[in-house]
Design a protein around this ligand. Structure first.
Ligand SMILES: NC(=O)c1ccc[n+]([C@@H]2O[C@H](COP(=O)([O-])OP(=O)(O)OC[C@H]3O[C@@H](n4cnc5c(N)ncnc54)[C@H](OP(=O)(O)O)[C@@H]3O)[C@@H](O)[C@H]2O)c1
Length: 283
C-alpha cells in the first residue's frame, strides 16, 4: 500500500478501512477481518463507535505483527479536557487491547480542546502514541489550537469527497505540513455522486466502479481515505485502485464538482456541537 509521510516522519497508509456503524461484534469482526485479508492495514475507529474491542480482536486474530498495522482511534467530546483525554486514551488502549496507538485524534474541535491537546502531547512524548492529530478542525479551530500547541497536529481528518473538497483548508494544511484525511470519502454514495455523469463516464472509461474513481481521486490529491463498506466485495474493490491513473484533465473534471456540500455534521454549523454532545456516552 502506498503511504504518506507525516510531519514527524511516521508513514501512514494512503487508504484505510473505516468502522463507523459496524456496531455488532459479528459485523465488526467480519468487516475488519475481510479488510485485513484484502490488504488494509490502517483501521479507523473511535471511542464513540463502541467497537474498539472488536477492532483489537480482529487485529490479534489476523496473526500479523502489530507493527504492520496503523490503528487510529479518537477522543469523544465528554472527555475533551486535559484530565478527560488522559482517561479517554487509557480506556481506548484497554478496549483495543494494544500496547500503543498509531494515531490518536480529537474527534471534534469543541470543549477544552487546548487542554486535551496538552494531554495528547504528553502521551506522544512518552511514546504511547506514534502520532497525534485532530478531526473536523476548520481554519479558525486550527488557528486557536496552534496558539497554545507545542506539537503540530500530524493529521486533520474531515469530511471530504467530490461534493465537498475544502480547497482553502487543504491549502492551509499543506502550508503547515498537516496531512489531510477524508472521512465519508465516497460521500456515503450520495445520489448526487452515484448519478453524476462525470463520475459515470470516468468509471466506464477506466473499467472501474464509481467508488474506485472517487478513491483514486483522493489518492492523487494526496488525501488519506478511509471508506467504510460492509461486504467483502466492496471492501476488496475499494483498495483495488492502484492499477489505473486519472489524467490531469479527469482530475480537473472531478475538482469542478465541488459545491461545499456536507452530507453530515458541519463543524462550523453552530448547532453541531449541541447535537453531537447529546449523544449517549458511558465509555
Ligand atoms: N472523524 C469523524 O468525525 C468521522 C465522521 C464520520 C465518519 N468517520 C470515519 O470515516 C469512515 C467512512 O465514512 P462513512 O462511513 O461516513 O462514509 P463513506 O465511507 O463515504 O460511505 C460509506 C457508505 O458507502 C457505501 N460504499 C462503500 N464502498 C462502496 C462501494 N465500493 N460500492 C458501493 N457502495 C459503497 C457503504 O455501503 P455498505 O456499508 O452498505 O457496504 C456505506 O453505505 C467511517 O467508517 C469512520 O471511520 C469519521
Amino acid at each position: 500500500m502506498k503511504t504518506f509521510v507525516l510531519n514527524n516522519g511516521v508513514e501512514m497508509p494512503a487508504l484505510g478501512y473505516g468502522v463507523f456503524k459496524l456496531d455488532t461484534q459479528e459485523s465488526c469482526l467480519a468487516g475488519v477481518s475481510a479488510a485485513i485479508r484484502a490488504g488494509y492495514r490502517l483501521i479507523d475507529t473511535a471511542a464513540m463507535y463502541r467497537n474498539e474491542a472488536w477492532v483489537g480482536q480482529a487485529v490479534r486474530q489476523s496473526g500479523l505483527p502489530r507493527e504492520e498495522f496503523f490503528i487510529t482511534t479518537k477522543l469523544w467530546l465528554h472527555q475533551m479536557s486535559y484530565e478527560g483525554a488522559k482517561v479517554g486514551f487509557e480506556r481506548s488502549l484497554e478496549r483495543l487491547g494494544l500496547e500503543y496507538i498509531d494515531l490518536f485524534l480529537l474527534h471534534w474541535p469543541y470543549g477544552d480542546a487546548a487542554g486535551a491537546w496538552r494531554a495528547l502531547e504528553e502521551l506522544y512524548r512518552q511514546g504511547r502514541v506514534r502520532a497525534i492529530g485532530v478531526c473536523n478542525f476548520t481554519r479558525p479551530y486550527l488557528d486557536k489550537l496552534l496558539q497554545t500547541a507545542e506539537i503540530l497536529p500530524a493529521v486533520d481528518q474531515m469530511e471530504c469527497h467530490p461534493l465537498l473538497q475544502l480547497p482553502e483548508l487543504r491549502r492551509y494544511l499543506a502550508q503547515k505540513g498537516i496531512q489531510p484525511e477524508a472521512w465519508s470519502p465516497v460521500g456515503r454514495m450520495h445520489p448526487e455522486l452515484t448519478g453524476s455523469p462525470v463520475l459515470g463516464a470516468l468509471a466506464q472509461k477506466h473499467g472501474k466502479s464509481l467508488a474506485q474513481i472517487i478513491l483514486r481521486w483522493h489518492l492523487q490529491e494526496g488525501i488519506v481515505a478511509i471508506p467504510k463498506a460492509a461486504g467483502e466485495e466492496k471492501i476488496r474493490q475499494n483498495i483495488d485502485i492502484l492499477d489505473f491513473e486519472l489524467s490531469e484533465e479527469e482530475m480537473a473534471a472531478i475538482r469542478a464538482m465541488d459545491r461545499g456540500f456536507h452530507t453530515n455534521d458541519d463543524p462550523d454549523d453552530p448547532t453541531s456541537e449541541g447535537r453531537l454532545a447529546s449523544r449517549p456516552t458511558g465509555f
